[in-house]
Design a protein around this ligand. Structure first.
Ligand SMILES: [Fe+2]
Length: 466
């Protein structure tokens, strides 16, 4: 089957032959112009080889049908037309090369935009992991989107029934956004560059262009981003914005779920710690107080946020294993027998066996299991020494001991602050990590103990309630 370009070449060849024969008796100059145009077409469309072939065809045809054949004329005509054919081909090549170059530049810009949006999303994810609230997250989102798209304003809406309600504004705030958009109007304007003047809710913005992007509607928590800028949005802008927005809204949704899980986690921890203190009623509030002291030490040490969180929850639950111990032993007014003490010493491991049933507690188990270890290896249950004892457990041990010493027990009254401090100093290096004792003494030295504990306990209750 003859291909299309072959057919075109045959037609061009026939036209060249007709022009060379000049059956209509046209003026010499005119048929040369026609021939030149045909050769140029062949060269431009199908390359210099076909252009030259057409030129030679013209020359030989003209030579063959000439009343007085002239070789010089043949060569000159063929050469001139061949030059035109080659030139046309080069022009096409140059044009093609230019277009390819432009396409490559567009591709490069497009890839850069996608990479920038990925980096921006990655930075946002990092910020989320560092702990930021929704408003901060949306502000960063709006700023990134403005930078990526050279936008003037970015508005975030949250879906509420059949409407999108304005939730957040970022940018130059050059226009007054509509506080509410109908879902139907939004649906017809999504993911395309639209003139603001054609969108009634933004009709104040006569000269701008809008891009509307939505995400998360499938789970009923839909969010909408409205991006405004001076120039229309190109395909690459829309693709990049969709890519970035989808990632960010996914982060927003994950963060919301994470916050919910965290609240549930804190409620669970609080309930468990209350259960311990309720059973060991003489030390009511001990878990919370231990947590407050431990968190203060962790903060003073400048530990990473995640480590601080681990220490916080572990110190709240450090005695969870006591739930399995008889209240008679826990609340015994006199000294414990060896057997009773052996029973008590099992509570770190029993705490671990209770909590390990829930994966969410896995990271705090080492602190729970080691909170009665001593630096010199004379603690329990593993007789671990020095750095073998997790840092969180060494911190918890000091906070626990200080809280116990400062509380009334069934068999003795609370120790005065000075006596408790002296006891910590005496045991520094043997029972406790001396560096951490120094840090703790610095903390309690800065504040009046009673006021500090009360304040911290209140703060702790507020934190837990949150
Ligand atoms: Fe304990």
């Amino acid at each position: 089957m003859m291909r299309r370009h072959h057919a075109v070449l045959v037609i061009l060849g026939a036209a060249i032959v007709i022009a060379a024969i000049n059956p209509f008796g046209l003026q010499q100059g005119l048929f040369v112009i026609i021939a030149a145009l045909l050769v140029c077409c062949a060269g431009f469309l199908y390359g210099w080889v076909n252009g030259v072939l057409m030129a030679v065809l013209f020359g030989f045809t003209k030579y063959s049908f000439a009343a007085q054949p002239d070789v010089i004329s043949l060569i000159l005509n063929s050469a001139f037309l061949s030059f035109l054919g080659v030139f046309s081909s080069m022009a096409r090549g140059a044009g093609k090369k230019e277009r390819t170059k432009r396409e490559r530049e567009n591709d490069r810009l497009f890839v850069n935009k996608i990479i920038n949006s990925m980096m921006a999303a990655h930075e946002m994810l990092y910020e989320v992991r560092s702990g930021i609230n929704r408003e901060t997250m949306l502000r960063i989102f709006g700023t990134n989107l403005s930078n990526l798209l050279d936008a003037r304003d970015v508005f975030i809406y949250k879906k509420n029934g059949e409407r999108f309600e304005l939730d957040f504004c970022a940018g130059m705030k050059k226009i007054k956004p509509s506080v509410s958009l109908s879902a139907q109007a939004v649906k017809g304007a999504l993911a395309r560059s639209i003139s603001a003047s054609g969108f009634p809710e933004f009709s104040d913005e006569k000269n701008g262009f809008l891009l509307l992007l939505s995400a998360g509607e499938e789970n009923g928590t839909g969010e909408l981003a409205v991006i405004c800028r001076e120039k229309p949005f190109e395909y690459s802008d829309i693709y990049m914005a969709e890519f970035f927005t989808a990632q960010v809204f996914m982060i927003v949704e994950n963060n919301r779920l994470f916050e919910e899980i965290k609240i549930n986690y804190e409620s669970l921890v609080q309930a468990l710690s209350l259960a311990i203190d309720t059973k060991d009623h003489e030390t009511h509030g001990h878990s919370l107080e231990t947590m407050c002291y431990a968190v203060k030490i962790a903060e003073k040490l400048g530990l990473p946020r995640e480590e601080q969180e681990r220490i916080k929850y572990a110190s709240l639950l450090h005695d969870i294993g006591k739930i399995n111990i008889s209240s008679k032993i826990l609340n015994k007014p006199g000294p414990l027998t060896d057997r009773e003490y052996d029973r008590i010493k099992k509570h770190p491991e029993e705490g671990v066996s209770i909590l390990k049933k829930l994966n969410i507690f896995s990271s705090i188990l080492p602190i729970i299991s080691h909170h009665h270890e001593h630096m010199d290896g004379k603690g329990y249950p593993f007789k671990a020494t020095g750095e073998e004892i997790p840092l969180g457990a060494r911190i918890c041990a000091i906070a626990d001991a200080y809280s116990v010493m400062r509380s009334d027990r069934p068999y003795r009254k609370a120790m005065p602050k000075e006596a408790a401090v002296e006891e910590l100093k005496r045991c520094a290096g043997s029972q406790f990590d001396s560096r951490l004792v120094d840090v703790f003494l610095e903390i309690i030295g800065d504040e009046e103990q009673e006021g500090f504990a009360a304040e911290k306990m209140d703060e702790g209750k507020i934190r837990m309630a949150n």
